[in-house]
Design a protein around this ligand. Structure first.
Ligand code: BGC
Length: 756
């Protein structure tokens, strides 16, 4: 703690300390003029700046200043591009600095447990490693401009249904491996100035007063240095929040929160030290924000728009390209169908909704790449789900006259938003119908999709091309044109699985739970971890995406065949662009543990890289895997643990396209606590050669000459061996017909334990 903060804390009254831990308005903290403590300002986030002008601040969800709307996280994640994330972060930081915003509220790293979650468009992935790597770079980018971030929503905010009250019940291993691990990496590697607690409860306690999450894990284990802010309105009991590690309540509770804190300190139910700790963390960030405040920045909106276009293009995923229907040629006769071509859906609804400075539409951008006047038909109404026979007929008429027809479709705003979940994966029936009918009259149909999360595609077999854009931000129209005409070679890959149908999803039976309780019964089997283990064929797998060129993988080399869990494994492989155009490839490294004493997914993503390759160019890609890549969260020791054994290193172009494989042996340096009891199974003793020796010696002492000894000693028949495996030691009394008594069983147990 700096001297300045120490001195301030001494001078502050309990009231003042409670005041800086309470929001002054929707977006600002309190200033304390007497002590020259300034206010700081926060604004959403995450994929653009939503700053409400000062005079409008008090109104809820008022209008906001013009800013650049970048693609939302569900799109960004498909770029698998760390550098792009930091560049976007820097741009957002610049915009925030220019608008005097000290903390940008984002990014959101909640895991996509169900494709129905209304807010999935704001989240990155079903995989914590991918989510955290991208988010960490975003955070570093924003913070490099002297603007803080707020990593949200901590934790387990995986549905909108009853989001302020629902209790997410998650076992410890699942929580650690899936739901906390994205936060963990970002906190440890990027130190976001703030973390935003979630609305919901986690295992029986509101996230806003959850000491386990906010203090034990976040502050003590992971070393978070900043403060925790409540999600807007997430506070349940304010004094409990302070005690648990929630420093700031947002927005203003008009004095209620402050009063609760002061009263609790006065009546002794909250210690003043807890309040001091909270106030200290607040002051640290307030002064950090002041020190980092700059007024030398003047960013170019056009340049940021251009960056948003580049990011959008690098995030789009080409899902289907039969007979190389794409890229389009400028001299082909093209038709464009679908309202989204002219009225794009490029962002999601709710707190992240940006007032964009300019919005490109795909129709106009496509026209810029050709000399033709592009034929256009609306095809469907965005306001209704009903088929419009006339609109469909016009679209078919157009489709019949052109070489190729590009259909823009997806989810209208009303289908997905913050605040509620979807109840289906279908796009509106009038759009499905349009695609079916148009594809019937024109065999060269290409569908371009705008949606925040997975949809089904009943027409997939009838169209030749599918380009998934997700929510592309304000420059998405230009980015789509870039890809469709081949000015940019698509390089995005899915950051989540597209299931064939909703009921294939692992959370299907338990989502969104019963009343205020949702049990995460699928455990660690989220996304591809489930589909791959269950061998369920998805519509499109995690990590999948096509390019206009081809890549060849070769020469996977691991530096050592055997390591301990304290060492890192270095490995390399070669990737070659075998086509004749420039492209980028995302290389994915999964680890699989074919033999394990604990239940594990078939494989898990542990590293990835995105490389640029000129035609014919080959590059060496290097990876380094540390302990975590082989570990699972062991709840006996409350720590990450690597079981000794062989692990497969799988390198591929997607989770279902593994191209190279190597095997490494990893030895654990940690001994798990173990104790023999009268209920230890004979099989468990025999699995350990040293224990087996002790056991055999004792048996010969006690049992020599008995039938059981013959059976045990010989263990000749497989059947006998199999049966003995699950015989607990205490059963020796019965099976030896008294040759071994209970006292001797206890001696066996003692000797085995002494030998450990
Ligand atoms: C959202 C947050 C957002 C906050 C401020 C809440 O409703 O959950 O993500 O940052 O509002 O707008």
């Amino acid at each position: 703690m700096t001297q300045k903060i120490k001195d301030l804390l001494k001078k502050m009254t309990v009231e003042e300390k409670a005041e800086i831990c309470s929001g002054a308005s929707r977006w600002r903290t309190h200033s304390i003029d007497r002590l020259e403590i300034p206010e700081i300002m926060m604004a959403d986030g995450p994929h653009g700046l939503r700053k409400e002008p000062k005079e409008k601040e008090s109104a809820s969800m008022g209008e906001s200043v013009e800013a650049i709307c970048f693609p939302t996280a569900s799109a960004l994640a498909c770029s698998w591009d760390r550098d792009l994330m930091s560049r976007m972060g820097e741009a957002l930081g610049e915009e925030s600095q220019t608008e005097d915003v000290n903390i940008l509220l984002g990014p959101g790293v909640n895991i996509k447990r169900s494709p129905l979650c209304g807010r999935n468009f704001e989240y990155f992935s079903e995989d914590p490693l991918l989510a955290s790597e991208l988010a960490a770079n975003y955070v570093k980018g924003v913070q490099s401009m002297g603007v803080g971030t707020s990593l949200k929503h901590f934790a387990a905010n995986n549905q909108e249904h009853r989001r302020l009250t629902v209790d997410a019940q998650i076992d410890e291993r699942t929580l650690r491996e899936i739901y906390l691990s994205a936060f963990e990496k970002v906190v440890k590697e990027a130190q976001p100035w703030t973390v935003m607690c979630a609305y919901n409860q986690v295992n029986g306690t509101h996230a806003s007063e959850n000491k386990y999450l906010l203090t034990d894990v976040l502050k003590e284990e992971w070393g978070h240095e900043g403060f925790v802010v409540s999600d807007w309105g997430a506070v349940n009991y304010r004094d409990k929040g302070i005690a648990a590690g929630l420093e700031l309540e947002m927005p203003s509770s008009h004095g209620d929160g402050k009063k609760a804190i002061v009263e609790a300190v006065e009546n002794g139910s909250l210690s003043e030290e807890s309040l001091d700790r909270a106030a200290e963390r607040m002051l640290k960030i307030i002064f950090k924000a002041v020190e980092n405040d700059r007024d030398d920045l003047n960013y170019s909106k056009d340049e940021h728009h251009q960056l948003a276009r580049e990011i959008a293009a690098d995030s789009m995923v080409l899902l289907k390209n039969e007979e190389s229907i794409l890229p389009l040629a400028e001299d082909e006769k093209l038709g464009v169908v679908g309202s989204f071509a002219k009225k794009p859906r490029f962002q999601g609804g709710g707190s992240s909704n940006i007032n964009p400075y300019q919005v490109d539409n795909a129709y106009a951008e496509l026209e810029k790449y050709t000399d033709q006047k592009l034929a256009y038909a609306e095809g469907y109404s965005l306001e209704s789900d009903e088929d419009d026979v006339k609109l469909i007929a016009k679209a078919k008429e157009l489709a019949e006259k052109v070489d190729k027809v590009i259909i823009f479709a997806g989810l209208p705003d009303r289908y997905e938003s913050e605040g509620y979940d979807r109840d289906t994966l279908e796009i509106p029936p009038n759009q499905n119908r349009l695609i079916e009918e148009v594809a019937e009259v024109n065999k060269n149909a290409i569908v371009v999709l705008s949606n925040g999360s997975p949809i089904t595609m009943p027409w997939l077999n009838n169209v030749k091309g599918v380009l998934e854009g997700y929510l592309t931000g304000q420059a998405g129209g230009g980015a789509a044109a870039d890809i469709l005409f081949g000015h940019v070679n698509p390089s995005g890959k899915l950051a989540e699985t597209f299931p064939q149908k909703l009921s294939d999803n692992p959370s299907y039976l338990f989502f969104p739970g019963e009343k205020d309780k949702v049990e995460y019964r699928e455990g660690i089997f989220v996304g591809y971890r489930y589909y791959d283990s269950k061998e369920i064929e998805p519509l499109f797998p995690f990590g999948y995406g096509l390019s206009y060129t081809d890549f060849e993988y070769s020469d996977l080399k691991i530096k050592k065949n055997e390591i301990t869990d304290q060492e890192t494994l270095n490995l390399s492989l070669k990737v070659k662009n075998t086509g004749d155009i420039y492209g980028k490839e995302i290389i994915q490294l999964y680890v699989s543990d074919p033999e394990s004493t604990v239940i594990k997914p078939e494989k898990e993503l542990k590293e990835f890289a995105k490389v640029e390759l000129e035609p014919g160019q080959e590059k060496i890609v290097e990876f380094e895997l540390a302990k975590r890549a082989f570990a699972y969260y062991n709840t006996e020791i409350d720590d990450w643990y690597v079981e000794s054994g062989e692990y497969d290193i799988l390198v591929g172009a997607s989770s279902r396209d593994i191209r190279l494989k190597e095997t490494v042996r990893v030895e654990s340096t940690v001994e798990l606590p173990y104790e023999y009891t009268i209920n230890t199974n004979v099989g468990d003793i025999l699995a350990d050669p040293e224990a087996e020796e002790v056991f055999n010696e004792l048996l010969s002492e006690y049992l020599e000459g008995t039938d059981l000894f013959e059976m045990l000693g010989g263990r000749k028949s497989e059947m006998m061996e199999a049966m003995l495996k699950y015989m607990p030691l205490r059963a020796l009394v019965m099976f030896s017909e008294g040759a071994v008594n209970r006292k001797q069983v206890e001696e066996i147990v003692e000797k085995l334990n002494n030998n450990l």
